[in-house]
Write a new protein. Sequence first.
Length: 258
Amino acid sequence: MSMNHRTYHSLKILSPIVSVHGGKSCYVWRSELISPLFCGTSGMAGDFTGELEKRCQEDPDQAPIVPAVKILLNFVKDSNFGSVQELQASLDDLSKALVSSSCATIGVESACQLFKRFITLTQLDVDLQELKPTLVARGEAFLQKISMDRQKVARLAAPFILNGHRLMVHSRSRVVRDALLGAAKIRANFTVYITSSGGAQLAKELKAASESGTGAVETVLIADSAIGYYMERTDLVLLGAEGIVESGGIINRVGTFP
């Protein structure tokens, strides 16, 4: 069975051996649902993994979950499956490939699982081609939502940062950074204590914003071991989650607990 780069299929195998992509053979149990994209070779999986890494490099400021979901959505648009079950099987395989990417964060796996649940929450025995427009619409709505979440959270957090506040942040969070930059536009000045573990880049970004006239933000890099000392003079602590799992649990960076 030959397949080009933009055609995807899932097969319900009725014999113990089947020849798939590139002449490779895959041994499976009779009637087991598989996706030939990832069967017996890592070629196709590597293509999707490489695509995610490429998109992350092109826009490093974007959270990896956004390009990962875009890849999943394009996969659904370009695929031809006979049932939702077949689509789910291939989405599972594609998700595993994306999670194995070097740029994948904790949230990528969760986003892939949520995407699959969000678009395939329907009967499993219906004709997928009839349902495909609805699945694509759901996928686009999911992508739009996660693309706007960071700006929404930052916008809601900014009003809590008041003039003259002394803040403490741990590591570099894009959401926290955007909240601070948003507050700098509407507040005269405030001070930010930034822990040294991953905070140097955040300090540079805030300093650049201050020098450009966006706001008067004073940044102070502190050692992680000095958190207790500076906590006494801190008005507000801002923390960004490293990842949110599909169950809703929040995973924070090491060192957040103190």
